[in-house]
Design a protein. Structure first.
Lengths: 222, 222
DNA sequence: ACCTGAACACCGTTCAAGT
DNA sequence: ACCTGAACACCGTTCAAGT
């Protein structure tokens, strides 16, 4: 116990992170973190103005770890930004699946980025890894040209939504039991790349016949 | 005050819903809902085993309202399931943007579906509206054939992710200020339909020249 | 059958002290 | 400068009563 000597702040962040991993979001408590750091229940107020500031520090650490994982995944494909993009998407979803409570804290309402510039910077940096790579893909001719932000937020929504569905266990069992987080992310990314609209196969020349005519459709159940 | 006569349960659900809308997730309290319903602080335990059960009832109501909104949106396009799908996606994102705290509760960790079958049924019903319409689109030749669940969960992830990014105000300002929720949903759905990969224009015949060669790509920043 | 009142353990936060 | 201890208002939940 080398605390009480000026390193209490990181000790509190570490304690809160451990509580988050072990007991979930409801288990993170200012008093509990203080207890775990071996310090009185009011000592945290010397280092954080309130509980939200401590949570923001925890979330900031999560974004840094996420950024590291995404960067490492991208490094495996230095000459192929599309593969790098896919690897980063997979890394993000796997991170979320592995650190569910942490991911929820990072993206949830408990922390408001406007009040914590360090957190906001870490979050922006992580997301810019994605958008930058989208631009790289456009430069390389692997993603169709156009407003990069307009495409990047779609990819971002996709991987973030998949992550939260995984964390909150809301995917239907048939999907969840068939594939792991990485496989789901890979599949989702590929679907987004190819699109879901009916069309001729990509690599073949366009057919000479007109596109299939629409049949009358069943209405969704009411 | 016609309570104390057997309709306390719906009154508590209504009170908790109002607290959720007015004060956000942290403002929802068992004691507060009881106060608002004009009843003692322990009276809710006659109708709900714990706070989670009350929250589940609130979330269930949200899924019912969401399902109604999606169904109504789809009804405007009875003969065109692809347009119906788009309309439902827009309705979902708009619902989430308008009832942020409610949507977060519905999809968040506060309520675990396994413990509340009514909630789980309502959630499944809402999501099945989407997946059913995906199948309708495949039957109509508007969405490429293949595993419907594998395509539906991608669409689901997309609209859910966009909704949560909107609710948590995590979209970059350049995106958030340029478009409203409905426009973002419409754009995202169209991007998913068309795909983001570089390719020849859909309606024109395939070009005779080979696809553009990849240039060496810049690495994402480390 | 339905509701109340007192009580317990816990929490975030403040304030007056301690060294 | 950094930490402690007592205190306040609030919460979820339990239990013995009340009608």
């Amino acid at each position: 116990m080398a605390y009480h000597h000026g390193n209490l702040r990181p000790a509190l962040v570490e304690a809160a992170t451990a509580l988050l991993d072990e007991r979930g979001p409801l288990g993170v408590t200012l008093r509990g973190a203080a207890r775990r750091a071996g310090v009185s229940q009011t000592a945290p107020y010397r280092h954080f103005p309130d509980k939200g500031a401590l949570l923001a520090a925890v979330a900031e650490g999560g974004f840094q770890r996420l950024g590291t994982a995404m960067t490492r995944a991208a490094r495996a494909h230095p000459a192929d930004p599309l593969r790098a993009l896919e690897a980063m998407a997979i890394a993000l979803v796997r991170f979320a699946a592995r650190h569910g409570a942490h991911y929820r804290l990072m993206c949830g309402p408990a922390v408001r980025g406007r009040d914590h510039p360090g957190l906001r910077r870490a979050a922006v940096a992580a997301w810019e890894l994605l958008t930058t790579t989208v631009t790289d893909c456009q430069r390389a001719g692997q993603i169709r040209p156009g407003d990069a932000a307009g495409l990047a937020f779609v990819l971002w929504s996709l991987v973030h939504g998949l992550s939260t569905l995984l964390v909150d266990e809301q995917l239907p069992p048939v999907v969840r039991q068939a594939w792991g987080p990485g496989e789901l992310a890979k599949h989702a990314t590929e679907v987004l790349l190819q699109g879901v609209a009916a069309r001729a196969p990509r690599t073949a020349p366009a057919p000479l016949s007109p596109r299939r005519r629409r049949r009358p459709a069943r209405r969704p159940r009411t």
